[in-house]
Write a new protein. Sequence first.
Length: 207
Amino acid sequence: MKGLLVREGAIVDATIVESSRRPRKAMEIMPEDRKEEKTDMPSAISYSDDTDATWIKKGKRPYYGYKVHVSVDAQDGYVIGGHVTPANVADTTELEKLVEGSNVPEGSMIFADKGYASENNRTVLARKKLKDGIMDKAVRNKPLTFIQIVINKLISSIRYKVERSIGTLKRGYHFARMRYTGLKKGNMELLLNATAFNLKKAAAMVE
């Protein structure tokens, strides 16, 4: 990989990966207003031997499994960091761990969608001397300014690289569903898939 990976910044995102086990029964699926909220209370009773997996509701569909948090380099889309959590862990809580695992140099820009927009995450980036490329999020009675809308569009135009990398992992490496059970094996599977993805991408770029 030497000479191929130029870390001019990183783009972060998260995606749901279903458990390799299909629960035979589920009760009390979390309501829409709690779908991204981490909670100590059980969101469902699931009869499954994949006990690290949890339920999450995206749109109108419930999923049982994990959330894969990924960062790719902003230039070429190589996977440079990532980890796996239960599906009901919110994206916004994982930015610091994701950035630390990506080993990007000081001064790099970190691009992220509005799901990562929080005062804490912006503070984390400032403390680590990283540039803030997190999209702004409108709040009640405070719509986005024209400048914020323009900046969001620019960030969105760059974020396709992480979305494309995640899409390739899911389609080309069958990572839409875990092969194994548990967080430890899930993180191992992410590492193996990311390594294969990067090697294949590097080979194609030097041809």
